[in-house]
Design a binder for this molecule. Structure first.
Ligand code: B12
Ligand code: SF4
Length: 663
């Protein structure tokens, strides 16, 4: 019997180091490919999978430990393509006869990558199961027929060729690498790692957003069998998997998603695993989605609430990117319904989409605040993904899209690396509708809005000014940005200047000095965390400067003083007062006023004296806990706000209380 041919599959991960352990994802895509391929008897008999390589180890070290590799397959994503190239080069140098195969999201359409990278022999485009199995089958032949391999790019003498892709009609029969034990050797070899998994309950998306890798396919949603999913759920309990990243484009889109969730919740109750379930919410809001939200939040599997990703609120942008959002009223009702039930929601925006102007972007943020999404707004730069419709040269030219190669730093940071190999992403920084200077302003505007509004530092004042039609949300934060630029001596000015430097260093590929504050020396901070952190460590200075800024809006003195005091007292500060309750009197019933705004039904500010008790309700006892709960999570959670309770004016300090208020 002839010896089997050795295969190595590489899907290098972002490994995060936690205080006492590492977390990493199991290399699911390559595991899935092998599990499918080896179902063919000829492949099972002819090949041996020698190793799944997933750590960012020294490339020479990895190449040196390979034994007579016949084929090395790489799963290329934005976060590992440069590493994959370096390792492929090293392998080819050491083993010139070894076949190198690249697949995955970062392999662009066409054969260009083969021309660019002489050490790569084959590319497989799109979904890889069928193509990978066909390639291994052909490679068993004396004279392989590469034209028979779907989605393959390959060399033909001096030329290159690309075969059409075949999207499988169904994924029902695809075996699971988890259940089939493909990862057992990896898990056994790494007891130090806490595993996370990517979990597919279905594959495909019926939408075609131009910025998204899946946008080009507009494929139907193909469910994996319920039997497979149930067995996978058992497997994750047995393997103590804490974190699931659900790869579905639209979790909740299928009626049976509720059953999937029920099975997951039951397993969690029984085994304690998984702890967290991260998912992309379906774009279609209905009663099922609310039940799903309820189940996820009540079970604790979801601790940040559903993400209602709108990406943009400009009708022109949505037309340009081929996306349809729900109408404003439905979004507002959804946010309010979740808020009433005590579930958080969050929303994504993408900055730099074609058709977006500085004004429309700011107006979009304004709209979200108006619809009730005051916390949890995340924004992402528009990345040009190689397989997204937006990366097409004709599309780029039409919208004059300019992009810069940006190092994928922030998430790479904690990855233990034997050597420095930077990874890159193409980030849009200018379009026909948004000149570069406007793009920068939009970034600063958004960072400031996240820090001052989503965390809560000035949110209540902005809500008041907006509701009373004194100044819109967008103008308020644009004015604040202007104030910061003009007054670099103030705390907001200083913090903004530091955030800008960090941001611009990052986009110019320089290693930014880590954003750190001595009072919160627990790690590197993101820009909005830094601004918020500076403000809560020096609240007197921050709110004195804020007062200077706010004077321009011409509020009557008495109201101004009360409102500013209520805003300031509503924010939970680190330090000695952290767990102390406080009782304060106000001449206006601010809690009733703001509750009405949150509920979407504003009322005039009641001129009514109230006595309020402020308590944290979070049970935080140290600065470190404050950092984790408030600084790191405050933008999503309203954790920076005290709970307020009405007290009777007759009794001091405590008496019977009424409803507890929290945004
Ligand atoms: C899970 C996931 C993550 C995880 C990664 C976990 C991990 N280490 O595996 C996390 C959360 C960390 C992540 C992060 C990011 N992600 Co992500 N993520 C996904 C997601 C949801 C699932 C990927 C997956 O595993 N799918 C299941 C497997 C089976 O499918 P697959 O990967 O498509 O693999 C198939 C084919 O690609 C092919 N294939 C894959 N590998 C190989 C190898 C060979 C040899 C062959 C032949 C074929 C082949 O065959 C496979 C089976 O059909 C996808 C969206 C999606 N649903 O696909 C986005 C996606 C991959 N992510 C994307 C992006 C942009 C990002 C970020 C850059 C976002 C950001 N701006 O920060 C970050 C990068 C992080 C960083 N800074 O380093 C983009 C594409 C990026 C790219 N070109 O690589 C995607 C496609 C999202 C999108 N809508 O466009 N992501
Ligand atoms: S962004 Fe979401 S909805 Fe749009 S094509 Fe991608 S997966 Fe589908």
């Amino acid at each position: 019997m002839t010896a089997k041919k050795n295969i190595y599959l590489v899907q290098v991960d972002i490994v995060r180091k936690l205080p006492a352990r590492y977390t990493a994802y199991l290399p699911y895509a390559v595991g899935a490919l092998w599990t499918y391929a080896r179902q063919a008897l000829q492949i099972a008999e002819s090949y041996a999978l020698r190793e799944l390589i997933f750590l960012r180890e020294s490339v020479d070290g990895v190449a040196a430990r390979m034994e007579n590799p016949f084929l090395v397959g790489f799963s290329c994503s934005s976060w590992n393509t440069e590493y994959s190239k370096a390792l492929a080069r090293a392998v080819k140098k050491r083993f010139p006869g070894c076949r190198i195969l690249f697949g995955g999201h970062n392999v662009p359409p066409g054969s260009g990558m083969l021309e660019e990278l002489p050490y790569v022999d084959y590319l497989i485009h799109g979904e890889g199961e069928i193509g990978f199995q066909a390639l291994l089958t052909q490679l068993c032949e004396q004279e392989p027929d590469f034209a028979a391999v779907p989605g393959l790019s390959y060399r033909t003498g001096d030329d290159v060729a690309t075969n059409p892709e075949a999207i499988p009609e169904s994924v029902e029969g695809f075996p699971s690498p988890y259940i089939e034990g493909v990862f057992a050797p990896v898990i056994a070899a790494h007891p130090e790692i806490q595993w996370s998994i990517v979990w597919e309950t279905n594959r495909g998306c019926p939408n075609h957003c131009a910025f998204c890798d899946w946008g080009q396919y507009k494929s139907k949603v193909r469910p994996f069998s319920m039997e497979r999913l149930k067995a996978e759920i058992e497997w994750l309990g047995e393997n103590k998997v804490e974190y699931i990243y659900c790869a579905d484009g639209n979790f909740g889109i299928l009626p049976r998603d509720e059953d999937v969730l029920d099975a997951l919740i039951a397993a969690r109750a029984r085994t304690g695993y998984p702890d967290l379930f991260n998912y992309n919410t379906t774009k279609y809001i209905n009663e099922r989605l609310f039940r799903i939200t309820e189940k996820l939040c009540e079970s604790g599997l979801d601790r940040i609430g559903p993400n209602f990703a709108v990406q943009s609120l400009s009708p022109e942008v949505l037309r340009n990117i081929g996306r349809k959002n729900l109408d404003d009223e439905t979004i507002a009702q959804w946010i309010r319904r979740c808020r009433r039930a005590g579930y958080r929601t969050h929303t994504d925006l993408i900055l730099g989409l074609p058709g977006e102007t500085l004004q429309s972007f700011c107006a979009g943020v304004e709209k979200l605040f108006t619809l009730g999404q005051h916390e949890g707004i995340q924004y992402f730069p528009c990345n040009l993904l190689p397989n997204a419709p937006m990366a097409d040269p004709v599309y780029r030219e039409k919208h004059k899209i300019r992009a810069a190669r940006r190092i994928l730093k922030p998430i790479m940071e904690d990855t233990p690396r034997a050597e420095q190999i930077d990874e890159f992403i193409e980030m849009v920084n200018e379009t026909a509708d948004m000149p570069h200077a406007d793009w920068l302003t939009a970034n600063y505007f958004m960072l400031l809005a996240q820090a001052a509004h989503c965390y809560g530092l000035l949110r209540l004042i902005a809500m008041f000014l907006h509701t009373e039609k004194i100044v819109s949300y967008a103008s308020f934060y644009l004015c604040l940005l202007d104030f910061c630029h003009k007054h670099p001596d103030t705390l907001p000015g200083e913090a903004m200047a530091r955030m800008r430097k960090n941001f611009t260093d990052g986009i110019h590929g320089k290693e930014p000095d880590p954003l750190q504050i001595s009072g919160f020396s627990f790690g590197r901070m993101f820009e909005d965390q830094y601004f918020f952190g500076r403000a809560v460590l020096e609240p007197d200075r921050f709110y004195d400067d804020a007062e200077r800024f706010l004077r321009q809006f011409g509020l009557k003195d008495d109201l101004f003083v009360q409102l500013l005091r209520y805003q300031r007292e509503s924010i939970l500060l680190p330090g000695a007062t952290l767990n102390k309750e406080k009782v304060l009197d106000f001449e206006y019933d601010f809690p009733a006023y703001f509750r009405a705004i949150y509920n979407g039904d504003p009322v005039p500010l009641p001129k009514k004296a109230v006595r309020l008790r402020f308590s944290s309700g979070l049970g935080i006892s140290s600065v470190e806990e404050y950092y984790c709960t408030v600084v790191q999570n405050g933008r999503f959670s309203n954790n920076a706000f005290y709970l307020t309770e009405y007290l009777s004016r007759d009794v001091w300090p405590l008496s019977e209380s009424r409803a507890v208020d929290k945004p």
